[in-house]
Structures are given as structure tokens and as C-alpha cells.
Ligand binder design. Structure first.
Ligand SMILES: Nc1nc2c(ncn2[C@@H]2O[C@H](COP(=O)(O)OP(=O)(O)OP(=O)(O)O)[C@@H](O)[C@H]2O)c(=O)[nH]1
Ligand SMILES: [Mg+2]
Length: 305
């Protein structure tokens, strides 16, 4: 009889430029929506754990904000999350949008990776959008820039290549304990997740008009059998942004509320009562206390080994 294979575990930082598909990837690997996804860059604002349990492994993925040059305190906090994840990791998944051309931002991302020189896999994402032949020059370029353990073409959207990613990650991870109970798939509180889902609907409804200027604060979260009551405040920066969110005759905020409620009811069934309010907080992206209240602080999530 052969001995059972060793149990492997570890923390895997998913990093890359904004919009590369990090959150889509983590959701697909975990098999549940742990992180919100929008077509707008800089959607993810903090580190979010997505836990995958396999028969002989536990992989803790860390979704992170996209790598960019920070202009506000919020963005500094976001980049701090990226750096902390690079520090705390056993392995990095460096994800690039293979459908976009290589630019300065990619160079910047690679130089950040090089600062920490972790073991890393390169994931070339969005291959559903490109001709496979265009991958070779990109792979060639990246393999000259960093010594990746492997280069894997994937589509986080269609699922192509994701089994290979899981196999490769499991192979590279060290032997280790099960860090989290087997039934836990994220570290987020229900309250925070509710706020994020509302924020996703806000971004999807306002896109170009208000891409970065909104935040959502859940003021009441009350889960009872049969009904979850959620009261949330949508924060904008300027008085002039309020009508954009509210819309003519309140139509847009109503639509955001309806879409958010449908999404929330999937997680908190059967019924959600959702109340939204729009408020102006000038310069909230530089307000340290408010950012901490919003949950956009840096924190070390890694449990003691
Ligand atoms: N066609 C295609 N689109 C994808 C794929 N992966 C992600 N996307 C889309 O790319 C956009 C950005 O995806 P996200 O997962 O939010 O990207 P992100 O890297 O987490 O972005 P930030 O949080 O802003 O850093 C969304 O519109 C996704 O639907 C893919 O494999 N193929
Ligand atoms: Mg994201």
C-alpha cells in the first residue's frame, strides 16, 4: 500500500494590473463569488481571501487591488495591500490581460514583483479574446522580464486553463497545515460582502460617470429568519455627483437598489429589505478615519503558523 500524499497548503497572492481579471479568476477558482467584478479598473480595494480545498491541499488565494501609482490615501492603502500580499505569500499568480498591449503599467507591475522576487506563475488571461498565435511574443517578452515557474494561458471567464493552474499551484506549494476550516471559503464578513455587492451595482450603473468616486457603508445589517434588513449609505465626493447616482425622478438609484437586492437575496435568502441613501463626503478618499470605517485599511490576515 502506498503512503498518502503529503498535505500541502499556502497563501497565493493574485496580483496584476487593474482590470486584468484577478477577481474573476479568484471567483472561478473558488466556485463562489467572493469578490466583485466590473469592467471598470480599480474595482477591488482591499485584500480578499478565497479558499480552495482539494483532497490533499488547501490553497488560500489572496485577491488584491490592481497595481497602479497611487494619488489618494485610498490608493496608497490599496497598494499597501498589494505589497503586504507580496510579502505574506508562498506563491504569486501574476496575471496579465493578454488581449491588451504591453505598456508602462506592465513594466511597473513587473518591477514591483521583482522587488519581492517570489516564486511566481504567469497567467496570460482573456485568451478567449485573442488569436493563440499572438501569445508567443507575449510569453517570450515576459520570460525575459522575470523567471516564472510556468506560463499558463487561461480564460478566467470561460474556465479554460484553470485546472492546470490549480495543479501547478498545488505542486509548488509547501507541505503545511489546513489554515482554515474546510467549509470556509472567504474571510469577509457578511456585512462587508453586502456593501461590496451594492458597490458593484453602483459602479455598473454609473461606470464612466463616477468610476472611482463612490464608496458604500453598511449602517445596519440585521439577519433574521425570513428577512435580512440592510441599510447602506452610498458616499460620493461632490454635490454634483449626487444627481448622477439618483437619476431623473430617482430612477437610477431605484434600479441600483433592485439589482443589488436580487444579488443580495442569493446570499441572504429568502428576502432582503434594502434601504439606500446617497450622501456627500468631500474628499473621502483622503479621509483616514472614514477609510478605516469603510474597511479599506491594511491588515495582516495570515494566521500564525
Ligand atoms: N473576455 C474576457 N473577459 C474577462 C476575463 N477575465 C476577466 N474579464 C473581464 O475583465 C473585466 C475586469 O475583471 P475583474 O476580475 O474585475 O478584474 P480585476 O483584475 O479584479 O480588476 P481590479 O479589481 O480593478 O484590479 C470584467 O469586465 C471581466 O468580466 C476573461 O478571461 N475573458
Ligand atoms: Mg478585482
Amino acid at each position: 500500500m502506498s503512503a498518502a500524499p503529503p498535505f500541502k497548503s499556502g497563501f497565493v497572492a493574485v496580483i496584476g494590473r487593474p482590470n486584468a481579471g484577478k477577481s474573476t479568476l479568484v471567483n472561478a477558482l473558488v466556485g463562489s463569488k467572493v469578490a466583485i467584478v466590473t469592467p471598470v479598473a480599480q474595482t477591488t480595494r482591499n485584500r480578499i481571501l478565497g479558499i480552495v480545498n482539494r483532497p490533499h491541499a488547501q490553497i488560500v488565494f489572496m485577491d488584491t487591488p490592481g497595481i497602479h501609482r497611487p494619488l489618494h490615501h485610498l490608493n496608497e492603502q490599496m497598494m499597501l495591500c498589494v505589497r503586504e500580499s507580496l510579502q505574506d505569500r508562498d506563491l504569486v499568480l501574476f496575471i496579465v490581460d493578454a488581449a491588451a498591449s504591453f505598456g508602462q503599467g506592465d513594466q511597473f507591475a513587473i518591477s514591483l514583483l521583482s522587488e519581492y522576487h517570489p516564486r511566481a506563475l504567469l497567467l496570460l488571461n482573456k485568451i478567449d479574446r485573442i488569436r493563440k498565435t499572438s501569445l508567443l511574443p507575449l510569453m517570450d517578452r515576459y520570460s525575459k522580464l522575470y523567471s516564472f515557474e510556468a506560463l499558463i494561458p487561461i480564460s478566467a471567464l470561460s474556465g479554460e486553463g484553470l485546472e492546470t493552474v490549480l495543479d501547478c499551484v498545488t505542486k509548488v506549494l509547501p507541505e503545511g497545515p489546513r489554515y482554515f476550516p474546510a467549509d470556509l471559503y472567504t474571510d469577509q464578513t457578511e456585512r462587508f460582502l453586502a456593501g461590496e455587492l451594492i458597490r458593484e451595482k453602483v459602479i455598473q450603473a454609473t461606470r464612466e460617470e463616477l468610476p472611482y468616486a463612490t464608496a458604500v457603508m453598511v449602517e445596519e445589517f440585521n439577519e433574521r429568519p425570513g428577512l435580512t434588513r440592510i441599510r447602506a449609505r452610498i458616499v460620493v465626493e461632490k454635490e454634483s455627483q449626487k444627481p448622477i447616482l439618483v437619476g431623473a425622478g430617482g430612477m437610477r438609484i431605484k434600479q441600483i437598489g433592485t439589482e443589488a437586492r436580487c444579488e443580495l437575496e442569493k446570499i441572504f435568502p429568502p428576502k432582503v429589505f434594502l434601504q439606500l441613501r446617497v450622501e456627500v463626503e468631500p474628499n473621502w478618499r483622503n479621509d483616514h478615519a472614514l477609510l478605516a470605517q469603510l474597511g479599506y485599511g491594511s491588515e495582516t490576515m495570515r494566521p500564525a503558523r
